[in-house]
Design a protein around this ligand. Structure first.
Ligand SMILES: Cc1cc2nc3c(=O)[nH]c(=O)nc-3n(C[C@H](O)[C@H](O)[C@H](O)COP(=O)(O)OP(=O)(O)OC[C@H]3O[C@@H](n4cnc5c(N)ncnc54)[C@H](O)[C@@H]3O)c2cc1C
Length: 517
């Protein structure tokens, strides 16, 4: 292997990027991590509930596998689920080895329960600060190992190189100092797309740029219509959108409507422990009935000491906003949270572009099917990140197959004109209103037209010009809306009021690829 090939470029500093960097370094490679944010900023940092693995005495990887397949609503990739659940305990051992301080009870790792899981299997750290603890630990190990890390450095484009690999085009965050990196394996670990939506639990870094950049570069994208909404994000005018972990419902908190009635059992016999899509739609429906902007999470039945000990970050946030969760109801609403699909990969993280790997939220292995099971995404970043790291050491040919339903999407040259504020504002509003929790044809058609308008304005005039962040936002939004419009059924996180049931005709993954000019 040449020296460039032994120096992978890893884009993104969440759990996926940092873990791949550490593992690649341990394998004797010389990785570089680049991130458009600070090294510590990512969705990972905000994860509260925890990370799933079947390590409890009454649990098995088979039960974890079954729960994951069930959440996937008929289209979870069975081989990917097998990999995820069977390799989970080994990846947890890695986190322990790196020093993540998981919470314990009497010397044993404490395990919580969350919606859709048939056993207590959620490891947490710092109570509800699991993501922060993982991010800080991995970041510390990366810095200690002397791995090169470049902050405020943005991936701008991926282009085929003459030697058959991929050229990554990087720039400073402000667009200056454009640099082309050729001959190095590239790992896309750029995370999800949640913050494109007007209402979102995600930090501003999560704009789905990796999807747009990879798609423009020719990569296959699958299952992008499945956007998961988190049912309980703090919803008070003017307050930050803070996630109220569903582990609270696992501990006994219940949801009440404006009339104070518990309503979830009307929608699903599992009540508060139903999967996220069901809980989000039930809340959405209750809110529409009463034209309210929120429902209430009632945690008052959980003993005060336990509440404050188990959920210190949530309690601190609520107290800062004048609420005592042991006495007061918490106003919550569903918000965009997680991108189920993304850049298509095989089980080794290989994308359809030679020399480009992807893992974490940006990747689509099919493991989540149409809906992700809570606490499986931190895990996904590590399990498939490990496989990517091994591939970087011993790359082999391969890549994902096309999805059974494929669409070619035209990407005509645009004017390269940018009005970022207006573009982000309209993309956010349309995604929320028309490509949100409940979708239907007319709204989706309107959204597609408007996203095409923004694409035609902002897409660069030629393939050699670099796209702006708002061109990436318009393109990612267009892909989500186009896929949601074609899927004429309801499945998992995708709900169409004009096609409210799953259809056997659609028991497939749907792929999008750039049309060849
Ligand atoms: C509030 C919240 C709570 C959550 N709770 C849980 C939970 O309890 N359990 C669970 O399993 N999952 C949870 N999730 C989901 C989980 O956190 C994410 O799916 C996971 O952290 C994604 O990790 P990642 O490494 O793929 O991406 P991220 O952690 O999002 O990292 C992406 C990185 O890529 C960088 N980046 C993006 N674009 C570019 C570019 N063009 N150039 C350079 N860098 C770029 C970003 O700056 C960032 O550093 C939660 C998410 C949120 C928002």
């Amino acid at each position: 292997m040449g020296s460039e090939a032994r120096s992978p470029l890893i884009v993104g500093s969440g759990i996926a990027g940092l873990y791949v960097a550490l593992r690649a370094h341990e394998e004797g490679l010389r990785p570089t991590v680049v991130t458009k944010s600070g090294l510590a900023e990512s969705n990972t940092r905000y994860a509260q509930g925890g990370i799933a693995a079947a390590i409890g005495p009454d649990d098995t990887t088979e039960l974890h596998r079954r729960d994951t397949v069930r959440a996937g609503a008929g289209i979870a990739d069975l081989a990917a689920v097998q990999v995820l659940t069977s390799e989970a305990p080994k990846r947890i051992a890695d986190l322990v080895r790196y020093g993540v301080p998981f919470d314990t009870i009497e010397g044993r790792i404490a395990l919580g329960r969350e919606g859709g899981h048939s056993r207590a299997r959620i490891l947490h750290a710092g109570g509800d600060a699991t993501g922060l603890q993982i991010e800080e630990t991995l970041r510390a190990r990366v810095l200690e190992a002397g791995i090169e890390a470049r902050e405020r450095c943005r991936l701008r484009a991926l282009r085929p190189a003459t030697d058959g690999t991929t050229t990554a085009v990087l720039s400073r965050d402000d667009g200056s100092q454009v640099e082309e990196v050729t001959g190095r394996p590239v790992v896309l670990a750029t995370g999800g797309t949640g913050s494109l939506y007007r209402q979102s639990s995600n930090p501003i870094t999560a704009t789905g740029e990796g999807v747009a950049i990879a798609f423009r570069g020719g990569a296959l994208v699958t299952d992008i219509e499945f956007i998961q909404f988190h049912p309980t994000v703090f919803a008070r005018e003017g307050a930050p959108r803070f996630l109220i972990t569903e582990a609270l419902r696992g501990e006994g908190a219940v949801l009440r409507n404006q009339a104070g009635e518990r309503f979830l059992l009307k929608y699903d016999p599992r009540g508060e422990l139903a999967t996220r899509d069901i809980v989000s739609r039930a809340i959405h429906q209750e809110m529409r009935k009463t034209e309210a902007t929120a429902v209430f999470l009632d945690a008052t039945a959980i003993p005060r000491d336990r509440l404050y000990a188990r959920f210190p970050s949530v309690c601190r946030f609520l107290v800062d906003h004048g609420l005592d969760p042991s006495k007061d109801l918490i106003p919550v609403s569903p918000m965009a949270h997680y991108m189920v699909g993304g850049v298509t990969t095989d089980l080794e993280g290989r994308t359809s572009i030679p020399g480009l790997w992807a893992c974490g939220e940006v990747a689509s292995t099919g493991v989540h099917g149409a809906n992700r099971l809570a606490s499986n995404s931190l895990l996904e970043g590590m399990v498939f990140g490990e496989r990517v790291a091994r591939q970087l050491e011993h790359p082999s040919a391969g890549g994902p197959r096309d999805a059974p339903r494929m669409h070619s999407i035209e990407l005509p040259p645009g004017l390269g004109q940018d009005d970022p504020e207006a573009a982000f504002r309209e993309v956010g509003a349309l995604l929320w209103d028309d490509v949100g929790i409940v979708r239907e044809r007319k709204g989706l058609e309107t959204a597609v037209r408007r996203f095409e308008y923004w694409r035609d304005r902002s897409e660069p005039p030629t393939d050699f010009d670099l796209a702006s962040p708002s061109a990436n936002a318009a393109l990612t939004a267009l892909l989500i809306a186009r896929a949601a419009l074609s899927r004429e059924e309801s499945r998992g996180a995708h709900f169409r009021s004009d096609f409210p049931r799953p259809s056997p005709r659609w028991k497939y993954h749907q792929g999008l690829r750039r049309a060849r000019r």
